[in-house]
Design a protein around this ligand. Sequence first.
Ligand code: SF4
Length: 334
Amino acid sequence: MASQLSNGRGPLLEVSGLSVDYVTEAADVRAVDHVDLEVQPGEFLGIVGESGCGKSTLLFAIAQLLSPPAEIAGGTVVFKGRDMVKLTDDELRHIRWRDYSVVMQSAMNALNPMKSIEGQFRDTLEAHDSMSRKAIRDRSAEVLHLVGIDAVHLKSYPHQLSGGMRQRAMIAMALLFTPDLVIMDEPTSALDVVAQRSLMSQIKDLQKRLGFAVIFVTHDMSLVRHYSDRLMVMYAGQVAELGETASIFDDPLHPYSKGLLDAFPSIRGPRRPLTGIPGSPPDLARPPSGCRFQPRCPVAMAQCVATAPDLYEVNGTQVRCLLHAEAPKDAAAV
Ligand code: SF4
């Protein structure tokens, strides 16, 4: 999929060796550990994992929105040819909203409760462009219309909108400048299942029409099943599996991916019992020896306690599991 989506200019986003530490008095805790990923123009990448697996921290690191005690400990985030890690706050302010935007988990927290939707759109537009009042009003009405909300709601305050409408207003705000990349952190998690599915369809439709790329973080694997081109499964701050979504759903290689798939109902597939994954992700201040998933893995082997798996490549999918250690990634590339 990646090569089909490439426009010949290379990836839109290239993350290499990205690590994030939570710096505490007791010790530095590595929440994101040497993550590599690429996003092609117009691609939809899903990032899944349980709470505490580092997916939201990774997303905030990519968007350069980390705040203490979290800090980037190493690696690069090259977006449209520039390493965002090296940009100043002013340079970042210039490209945020214009070139990439972020949709947060809770619009209620992200939107200013004291301002109308129109006021918030106006602030964002005026901070990045000099536009006439009429042009601002027209663009605000246009993006609201894009997400299926009548322009009459430009006058509404966040508390006057339903949860689904607030999330859609946030997405409209993210599209004010038609950015190349929209980064979304569980934007549907506060909604009921029907509203979730409806919002997902709308995001996908907008993405196809406007051509922007999406990075979409969720703990619910079934949510991105029909919308993402590729999927990255994260566990304990590391990439557990990365490949085409269809391939991971048809044949998950990592035992953690299998567990996640069994933990959520499929909306279209055959009915099957939900089993889930016993236990919880490790304390990253004291990760287990060897494979980090080993204490919860139903097929762990003796060697999994002593040997930390690398990422191995199997038919185009990367997987961090010793069951697939015959084909180390570096060797496969030679
Ligand atoms: Fe399970 Fe071992 Fe693979 Fe880790 S390396 S996921 S413990 S089989």
